[in-house]
Write a protein that binds this ligand. Sequence first.
Ligand code: DC
Length: 229
Amino acid sequence: MDNNRIINIAIDGPAGAGKSTIAKRVAKELGCIYVDTGAMYRAMALFLLRSGIAADDADAISRKCREADISISFENGEQVVTLNGENVNAYLRTEEVGNMASASSVNGDVREKLVELQQALGKKTSVVMDGRDIGTVVLPDAQVKIYLTAGVEVRAMRRYKEYLEKGEPADLAAIEEQIRERDWRDMHRDISPLRKADDAVEVDSSDLNIEETLEKILAIVEEKISGMN
Ligand code: DC
């Protein structure tokens, strides 16, 4: 990759499609930074949960979100999310935080604050950024846009296995139900709903393993980038 040129790669899709695993690997292959925007929404959700704000209290969320100072930095290429001075990486990947992130990310004030931060990163450096609205809103001029999907049952099973591998209890039916709810909320919210950008390439990973998905996406990235020369 030409090191002088800033390359932006957007990967969007529903919860559990494998976006972060794939985006991380693509970033490594290309030698650029991986930005997990979901983690920023999760950090905001953690802040709101700790503040005792209810997921459906839009006014309180709008007021309180101003007090959250969220920043991201990179240590050895890994993203560190800082919330009011505290590294909160370890607290972000629970279902409770994920569900609150889905609920609070419908709020325009929350989105405005985090989108600004994400856009600044994409301007400054080459990034692979994953989320829900990256190709449509955050980086509309990204050179490569991928929409990564998989069937609900497949995504629920992947999450279920992740919990078991971590030795945590999990209920497959409950996970599937939560994924359905999150999909619906992420796709039907008024501001920046999850949708495939018109110029995004859709990849369905239902029948692909990680390596196969990565291979497919890298081929798309290479084709797009080489076409730019
Ligand atoms: O990708 P994730 O599961 O970590 O995201 C958590 C929630 O954050 C997701 O349900 C919707 C929200 N989100 C968003 O609205 N926009 C993004 N760019 C990324 C995540």
